[in-house]
Design a protein around this ligand. Sequence first.
Ligand code: 5GP
Length: 192
Amino acid sequence: MTIEHANRPIVISGPSGSGKSTHLNRLLKEYPDRFGFSISHTTRQPRGQEQNGVEYHFVTKEEFLKLVDQNGFIEHAQFGSNYYGTSVQAVKDVAQKDRTCILDIEMEGVKQVKKKDLNARYLSLQPPSLEILESRLRGRATDSEDAITQRLAQAKNELEFAKTPGVFDKVIINDDLEKAWTEFKAFCVSEE
Ligand code: 5GP
């Protein structure tokens, strides 16, 4: 096992509300020295208990666009009415700690990362159905009605995109939580 291999980043994608954060947080708790989360920039407002510099770097649109101009992003995209991006620095911060970097990004970001020299592995986490996704998003009670409608429309695109052959190395349906977690963990720790 080479160092390069050990540090191959993992890109996790899938509709908002499919449970990416739940599995990710569990992974980071179980393997605190092995994996590191790439903290993205976003122009959206913090949700619930989210803290600046933990889940995201929460920035203004001006700050975000300035970093775009400075070529500070590996990838960036608009999702709903907000911008999201992975900064070069975010990935460097994880690499410096010699941890496997995990990116949680939507499909436009996946397309961009695929064109970069990151040699990542790609995992799609999906809800069992759009109906279940809708009830999860509503149950979360943190998004406005508009945001929920946008996220559901986006979810359809994401699920369609995930069918493209060769895009994802693994697809996990987040139906039974423990079963999905076992598969999720197995994918992340494999090939290390
Ligand atoms: P949320 O607002 O629910 O935290 O995230 C909305 C969507 O943006 C999710 O699909 C999430 O994966 C994606 N996302 C989060 N950070 C980034 C990023 O840095 N780049 C891209 N392209 N998407 C991101």
